[in-house]
Design a protein around this ligand. Structure first.
Ligand SMILES: O=C(O)c1cc(=O)[nH]c(=O)n1[C@@H]1O[C@H](COP(=O)(O)O)[C@@H](O)[C@H]1O
Length: 224
């Protein structure tokens, strides 16, 4: 079984990121580079981390008009990401054009509702109803638009998986039992998410902020 854990490398310094990625390399299946990393280090940083040989998940959460998102997708072909995120709420045309413009070996997944939000936060954005229903709607839209899968919390992944059998499901907001949730609100354990159908487990601070990141990654891997 391939290791489903992707380390979220949310660090400001490239040297620290490289050191951390090297430390945990044997205990994760890939590295997720997000906005913090990409804004600071751009394509150069992605190449540097890519040299470690692990799949790269470029979490850019693209959200713009279809033409602009398609252009951004084309611009990152050269980085050969295995996974890229777009916001599912960008609408069907944006999602279709994002997928059409993506590289052949890149999975495009739609971010449904951030794991840092709960029902109340959702309502404050003007959307009535529960997180669960919102995620299910955006999962359906993503599937219709031809995306490979979605990003959702571990609280929804089972229901989404039941409806979209061959979908690819990225689950962040994961916390081993007893660890601090921080800004995450819809949280489950890595094991729970995997059992419920997650394809990729995105884990950041429980590994990156641990005293011994390799040990933390190994311990999480052992629970799966
Ligand atoms: O797209 C993501 O990866 C993402 C979506 C989401 O809804 N929630 C979420 O936390 N993420 C990312 O997953 C990672 C979670 O990090 P930790 O909370 O430190 O484990 C961060 O890099 C977030 O940017």
């Amino acid at each position: 079984m391939t290791n489903p854990i992707y380390l979220a490398l949310d660090v400001p310094h490239l040297r620290d990121g490289l050191d951390l990625a090297k430390k945990v390399k044997g205990h994760v299946g890939g590295i997720k580079l997000g906005l913090e990393f990409f804004c600071a280090h751009g394509a150069h940083g992605v190449h540097m981390i890519g040299q470690l040989g692990l799949p790269i998940f470029l979490d850019l959460k693209l959200y713009d008009i279809p033409n602009t998102v398609a252009g951004a997708m084309q611009a990152i072909h050269v980085l050969e990401p295995s996974i890229v995120t777009v916001h599912a709420s960008g609408g069907r045309a944006m999602l279709e054009d994002a997928k059409a413009a993506a590289g052949e070996n890149t999975r495009v997944v739609g971010v449904t509702m951030l794991t840092s939000m709960d029902d109340r936060d959702l309502q404050r954005t003007g959307i009535e109803g529960r997180a669960h229903d919102h995620v299910m709607r955006l999962a359906e839209l993503s599937r219709e638009a031809g995306l490979d899968g979605i990003v959702c919390s571990g609280q929804e992944v089972k229901a989404v998986h039941d409806q979209w059998k061959d979908g690819f499901f990225v689950v962040p907001g994961l916390r081993p039992a007893g660890s601090a949730a921080g800004d995450q609100k819809r949280v489950v354990t890595p094991r729970q998410a995997r059992d419920d159908g997650a394809s990729v487990l995105v884990i950041g601070r429980p590994i990156s902020r641990a005293e011994d990141p390799a040990k933390a990654a190994r311990q999480i891997e052992a629970t799966l």
